[in-house]
Design a protein around this ligand. Structure first.
Ligand SMILES: C[S@@+](CC[C@H](N)C(=O)[O-])C[C@H]1O[C@@H](n2cnc3c(N)ncnc32)[C@H](O)[C@@H]1O
Length: 228
């Protein structure tokens, strides 16, 4: 695992217990709506297998399970504490929780109908490499759908959004998750991440076609999709 990966994994291991509450507060309860959109865009996997990478506490995997009762769902992540939370929250399901690193997936070529991931790419060192790896494990025609934060556009709302990212979120992180640094990292990595346009180009470079995206929450969240 690379240096960034070691730090990111340690950070998610540390905040796993408060992760869901922080998500609901930071997004004012909007986050589940975007995850439902991700599952819709991923299409119908039939009786095949769908992978939710960087599954964290398992929300996208659980939605896939509910919407597509005939497929097999795997939730993969490299933070064992996040996976433990997922296992606890969705203990009544048959989702397979697996410890995996997105940089080197332990799966054969072309074995998934769809791959989803929420808030993964901002955390990896080599976005192109991870997208190529996702492309490798997808079947031909398979769909990828990615949910992530995206740098806000420089419009009238920009100063307010920037203030919320720079001060509001780290403050929430300090009060609720007792970890200001982790949530300052979230804000910093959002401002420094690819624009939605640049990320769409990265999907194209990794071999996906029919690439598109839609933004949410005043342009600070983007869902990208593509087909192998
Ligand atoms: C912000 S959480 C998102 C969790 C979930 N997808 C959601 O929608 O809430 C990011 C997750 O990505 C995982 N992650 C980051 N880099 C990873 C990598 N290289 N391989 C596997 N998981 C990774 C972290 O452990 C963490 O659980």
């Amino acid at each position: 695992m690379n240096d960034k990966g070691v730090g990111v994994r340690r950070m998610f291991d540390a905040i796993a217990g408060r992760y869901d509450l922080m998500n609901r507060l930071m997004t004012m309860g909007q986050d589940q709506k975007w995850r439902r959109f991700v599952v819709e865009r991923a299409g119908e996997p039939g009786d095949g297998v769908t992978l939710d990478l960087a599954t964290g506490t398992g929300d996208i995997a659980a939605l896939s399970r509910r919407v597509h009762p005939h497929c097999r769902v795997i939730g993969g992540d490299f933070s064992l504490n996040m996976l433990r939370q997922a296992g606890r929250r969705f203990s009544e399901t048959d989702i397979g929780w697996q410890a995996v690193d997105a940089n080197r997936l332990p799966y054969a070529d072309g074995c998934f109908e769809s791959v989803t991931f929420g808030y993964l790419l901002r955390n990896v060192e080599n976005v192109d490499g991870v997208l190529r790896e996702v492309n490798r494990v997808l079947k031909r025609g398979g769909r990828v759908v990615c949910l992530d934060t995206t740098p806000p556009e420089r419009n009238l709302l920009y100063p307010f959004i920037r203030l919320y990212l720079r001060l509001g979120i780290p403050l929430l992180g300090r009060c609720i998750a007792k970890d200001k640094a982790a949530y300052a990292y979230l804000s910093g990595s959002t401002m420094g991440f690819y624009s939605a346009e640049e990320l769409a180009a990265a999907f194209g470079r990794a071999g996906f076609n029919a690439v598109g995206y839609q933004k949410f929450m005043m342009g600070t969240i983007a869902v990208h999709w593509g087909r192998k």
